[in-house]
Structure formats: C-alpha cells, structure tokens
Design a protein around this ligand. Sequence first.
Ligand SMILES: CC(=O)SCCNC(=O)CCNC(=O)[C@H](O)C(C)(C)COP(=O)(O)OP(=O)(O)OC[C@H]1O[C@@H](n2cnc3c(N)ncnc32)[C@H](O)[C@@H]1OP(=O)(O)O
Length: 413
Amino acid sequence: MSVDVRTIAPSELHDWLRAMAVGFLGQPEISDEETERRRPAFDLDRTQGAFDGGRCVATFRSFSQELTVVGGAAVSANAVTNVTVSPSHRRRGLLSRMMASDLAPAKERGDTVATLIAAEYPIYGRFGFGPAASTTTWRIDVNRAGLNTRGPVPADGGRIDLVDGAEVRKEGPELYERVRAQRAGFVDRSERKWESLTGLLRFPSVPWTEPYHVLYRSPGGQVDGLLTYTADPKWEGMYARCVAKVSDLIAATPEAERALWHYVMSVDWIQTVDTGMRAPDDLVPLFLPDPRAARIAEHTDLFWLRLLDVPRALEARTYAVPGTLVLEVVDRAGLAGGRFRLEASPQGASCAPTTASADLTLDVRELGALYLGDESVARQVALGLVEEHRTGAAELANALFGASRRPWCPDIF
Ligand SMILES: CC(=O)SCCNC(=O)CCNC(=O)[C@H](O)C(C)(C)COP(=O)(O)OP(=O)(O)OC[C@H]1O[C@@H](n2cnc3c(N)ncnc32)[C@H](O)[C@@H]1OP(=O)(O)O
C-alpha cells in the first residue's frame, strides 16, 4: 500500500502529535488536553503528515518567521519544524516528499529563506540548507574565574531584580525586539514563546522546572537585560557543588551582559555555571579575570538556512566593503538557482540575474552557510565546495560576506 503525504485535517492533530512523539523518542501518550493546548500554534495548511493505512507515520510543519540578517534588517523565513518519520518508515523518501511539498509554496508565497534547527548534521544539506549559525556552551569554574564576589553586583550602578514570569512577559518582548535587531541569526519570538519560556504554557508530556528570572535595569532605569536560569543544588557532605544552568540571557548592552553573568557567578553555593547554548563569539569568557575558567563544553552547528530568493536575500543584508561579484548558484531543487550579479556596498546592495560570466560557482547550500557571515569562502574553496573562476573573487567574497559579530540564534524552534 502506498503512503499518502498530505496536509492534515483538524481531527487528525492528535494522531499527528502521537506520531511526532514516536519520531522524537518522546512519550507517545498525548492527552486531549495537550492536543488542544498545542492546536493554536498550528497552521494546518502548512502541517503535513504521511499516512499508511490510516496511521500517521511522519510529521512536518512550517510557520512564518522573521530572521535578522547582517545589518539588522529582518527577512521573511519559512521556518521548518517537528520533522519526524517513524522508525518503521525511514529511508523511503518521506522526508524528501514533505520537504518538497513545503518549500515550493514557501517560494510562491515570497519567503526569502527557509530556516530550521537541525537535529543531526547529515539530514538537510541535500535539501539546499547550509549550517548558517553555530553555538558554543561553556562550563565556568566560578572559583577559578577570579571575580570579586564581595563587591556589589552590578558594579555599574544598575540594578538586578529577581522577578516572576508575569514580569518577564511584560518586560521581555520589548527588550528582545531591541536585541534581535542587533544580531544576525535572531528570530522573532511570539507571545506563545514567552508563555512557554515562563511556564504559563506547559504540556503534560514535557517536564517543567520553574526557573529563576532576573532583570537588569540600567542606571537610567531601562530594562536592558534578562537572565533565566535553574539551579542544581548538589552537595558533597558540607561542600556546596551547586550548578547554575542558564537557559536564556539576552542583553541590549555589554554592561547588562556583564552584570548578568557576574550576578549568576556571585550566587552563593554556585560553583559551576553552565552557560547553555551561546553565540560562538560570546563575551562571557572575557568578562572573567581568568577566561580559562570558562571551558568549552560543546561547539556545534545548530541553525540551518536555505535561500529561496537569492536577489531578495542578498539585497536585504549589508556588506562591510564595496564590491561586485557574479555568482552562479546551483540549486538542484530548482527553487533559487541562477546566475546573479551582486553589487554590494556598506550603503546597500543590488542583485539581479545576469548573463555575465560567473566569478564563483557554488551550491545554494554553500550560499546558505555564507549568508549570515559565519563561513569563509576561502574554506569552501579549499574544500572544493566553491569554484573560483576569477583570481581574487574568493577573497573579495570573503570580505563582502564576513560580519563583525558571528550570527547566533538563541532559540530552539
Ligand atoms: C527541523 C527538525 O525538526 S530536525 C528533527 C529531525 N528529526 C529527527 O531527527 C527524528 C529522527 N529521524 C527521523 O525522523 C528521520 O530519520 C528523518 C526525518 C531525519 C529522515 O526521514 P526519512 O524519511 O528517512 O528521509 P528520506 O528517506 O527522505 O531521506 C532522504 C535522504 O536523506 C538521507 N538521510 C535522511 N536522514 C538522515 C540521517 N539522519 N543521517 C544521514 N542521512 C540521512 C537518506 O539516507 C536519504 O539519502 P538518499 O537520497 O541518498 O537515499
């Protein structure tokens, strides 16, 4: 019997959620209450399932997202999520079918890029996605850091307040909007996201630990930073070995960032701070008198991006230097390929199809990896992933696509 891939009806959401739980090795018993709590997040026109004899065996959905690009503008993204194929039906092309059925309408809608958080590296390159922003987690030995924990925190005249979830939902969104315009890779946060970060929106199948929330206010009284962490109260006899795990730290200024890191490292009994997944160029190690106290626990690709509209994407971002490049973009899915002339400058860029000879040839996947400034064209050329037709073109592309700070997506979606 053939497997039917299609969008789901409202009555099929419960079975679809069960199938997703199976694919993610989760708890497959989903209550009706959970189904109804999850329902508002779903656009059923963009929610696909694969059905074999009436049983849902694969899941896939997308939603509209805004992605900040280099220079601070936001582009429309087709965010892909909840991708699973039941173990009984893997490697039969179900993901490939669902991906094709999702990306074609996204292109038609006019989305500039598609985005996702990749569970595993080898899955998405074949669909034209490239690893566009990575993440680093540090474990900080607080005793070694050399901070003066007896001084006032923060030291700059600002103030720190422990607050509840309601206050985070009130103050967090405006702060986040300011922060997301500052860094390529940030995506918009919905009201539901804030509700779920603060525990107002919970699901029976997902365990919840109430975290501590902290706001930093500048000396002028502006909320410039938010920290969320949990504490693991470990003791060895009478020796505290407690660990603070940061799940969110966003800051609009370096002063707020420094104050919040210093705060969490000054909490009595906390011996270790697990930073959670941060930008790879995060300032946190350098806020410490001894940066070696912050050891990298993990560094990994996380946020993947696929261009759907090359001219619109390349015109949306800024470039550090002026320059002109002709790019031959290969896209075997037939969505975004072609030859394009990019005329870039710090003031803005234009990009349009051209018949001029190409300076560089690259797959749309490699352009996805370059787009937010986290990959080097020189590396791609060395790996044989980019072909250089004019001497100096790769160097120019490096200078053009590079960014002053590395991109970072703080959210899992
Ligand atoms: C955005 C997110 O939601 S990320 C979460 C992704 N989901 C998971 O990791 C959950 C567990 N895994 C799964 O559910 C499935 O294995 C999936 C969704 C990753 C893949 O689904 P499938 O239907 O098996 O993929 P499909 O058959 O279309 O594979 C297409 C190609 O990708 C390859 N491929 C797919 N998944 C993987 C993988 N995890 N590792 C290596 N290769 C893979 C296949 O071998 C196949 O290659 P081929 O064309 O050369 O034969």
